[in-house]
Design a protein around this ligand. Structure first.
Ligand code: ZN
Ligand code: ZN
Length: 195
């Protein structure tokens, strides 16, 4: 699956720092906080030596309200992915006025990224980045559904819109902060803004 992927990134973090690193790094914030409006974008990566490198941010056309956002013309995203042999492993959106957390809708949006049904492959590394510029304690977070706890709850949930979720059977939270993501300021990074 990975052999046809193109050039390696310019630099790599071969030795991951400790798991607390994510919350300490702020250098990449400006990269994401370019819009006050709710945005729903897709982040893509190259694959090499069992490490995913986020190299590309694709911002689709979109329509949004104060509490929701929907991507439009998603075929434009897929075209860029295909043309550049990119592989989606996450997405990013803002909470312009809310705190930094994963809403029930966010959990459902995240589910297929981790499951990646369409590609017949599990991507447990898939991440959801929430940018919350007005959250005084944490202006961004990198999250994933707990597996299997949160994955099972979302899998069995058929509700739409904002809604409460039942607790997981083992009592674990439905999502968690990622400890497998490291921000590398030396990585080459491209943005496609299709709006
Ligand atoms: Zn959200
Ligand atoms: Zn649900």
């Amino acid at each position: 699956m990975v052999t046809h992927y193109p050039s390696a990134p310019i630099s790599c973090t071969e030795v991951p720092p400790n798991a607390g690193q994510v919350s300490q790094v702020t250098a990449a914030d400006s990269r994401y906080a370019y819009s006050d409006s709710a945005i729903h974008v897709l982040k893509n990566v190259h694959i090499k030596e069992e490490t995913f490198y986020a190299t590309t941010l694709i911002i689709p056309k979109q329509k949004s309200t104060s509490s929701s956002c929907q991507a439009l013309r998603e075929e434009e995203i897929f075209n860029i992915q295909n043309d550049r042999s990119l592989f989606p492993v996450g997405w990013i959106h803002t909470h312009p006025s809310q705190s930094c957390f994963m809403s029930s809708i966010d959990l459902h949006t995240q589910y297929p990224y981790q499951l990646a049904v369409a590609m017949q492959v599990m991507v447990p590394e898939a991440i959801a980045i929430v940018v919350a510029p007005t959250d005084k304690t944490r202006n961004y977070g990198i999250f994933r559904l707990t597996d299997p706890s949160g994955m099972n709850v979302v899998k069995e949930c058929e509700e739409n819109g904002f809604h409460p979720h039942r607790d997981s059977t083992d009592g674990r939270p439905l999502y968690e902060q990622c400890s497998h993501v490291y921000i590398n300021p030396n990585l080459r990074f491209e943005i496609f803004d299709l709006r």
